[in-house]
Design a protein around this ligand. Structure first.
Ligand code: GAR
Length: 230
């Protein structure tokens, strides 16, 4: 069983998409064991509560240093024996200690095709506003491994989404979520849970599905990756 800790800062539609894929059997052997919010009052916390998932607020602002923040996050995730951390609309920057503790076992969803419209300040509606201002015809969503810089780690999956001529940032955001984010975030979790992701430098390699994979093969494929399943 892959034990997943989900970190959130907003409405939690990506969290919900993960829970729905667990419910409909697309995500097998996966469980969301804890939800961590970066601030009080976000609807994602309600979604967790409704499912009986232990949820807490751990705010960067409560700590003087990133090291203190990291150590509290690490202790929390360890307590729940988390094998994969999913940043699902999480807007605080994680420190090096946390990223090291879950090396190649933290993934983030970003609402654009990285390396476009990403980096510090590009969160929520902003990437869509900027995509429309720039006049791109295609945007999308990206799931990537996390490094201690904004939107910078190796890319696992991307999904292109068309921009329509009459889009507003809000209509574009909705299409990117529905056609992009909710689909590829769960898909990346599925691939991770099946031990099908490996790294070659910055490149993420995805191996073919194979139910008869041996433990030896699994550990080869997961070389450099961490997580219960690996
Ligand atoms: C999502 O669009 C997610 O991609 C974005 O915040 C939104 C959260 O929505 N994340 C970022 O911009 C990170 N750079 P949700 O709370 O409904 O899942």
């Amino acid at each position: 069983m892959l034990r997943i800790g989900v970190m959130v800062s907003g409405g939690g539609t990506n969290l919900q998409a993960i829970l729905d894929r667990i419910d409909d059997g697309t995500l097998k052997n996966c469980e969301v064991v804890t939800v961590v919010a970066s601030r009080e009052g976000v609807y994602a916390l309600e979604r967790a509560k409704k499912r009986g998932i232990p949820a807490v607020v751990i705010s960067r602002k409560s700590f003087d240093t990133i090291e203190e923040y990291d150590s509290v996050l690490i202790a929390h995730m360890k307590k729940f024996n988390v094998g994969l951390v999913v940043l699902a609309g999480f807007l605080s920057l994680l420190g090096e200690d946390f990223v090291k503790a879950w090396k190649n076992a933290i993934i983030n969803i970003h609402p654009s095709l990285i390396p476009s419209f990403c980096g510090k300040g590009f969160y929520g509606i902003k990437p869509h506003q900027k995509a429309l201002e720039y006049g791109v015809k295609v945007t999308g969503a990206t799931v990537h491994f996390v490094e201690p810089e904004y939107d910078s780690g190796p890319i696992i999956l991307q999904k292109a989404v068309e921009v329509h001529q009459d889009d507003t940032p809000e209509t574009l955001q909705k299409r990117v979520m529905e056609q992009g984010e909710w689909v590829i975030l769960s898909e990346a979790i599925r691939l991770f849970s099946q031990g099908r992701l490996s790294l070659n430098g910055r490149k993420v390699l995805i191996s073919e599905g194979n139910n008869t994979i041996t433990n030896e093969e699994k550990s080869d494929r997961c070389a450099g990756l961490r997580g219960d399943i690996c």
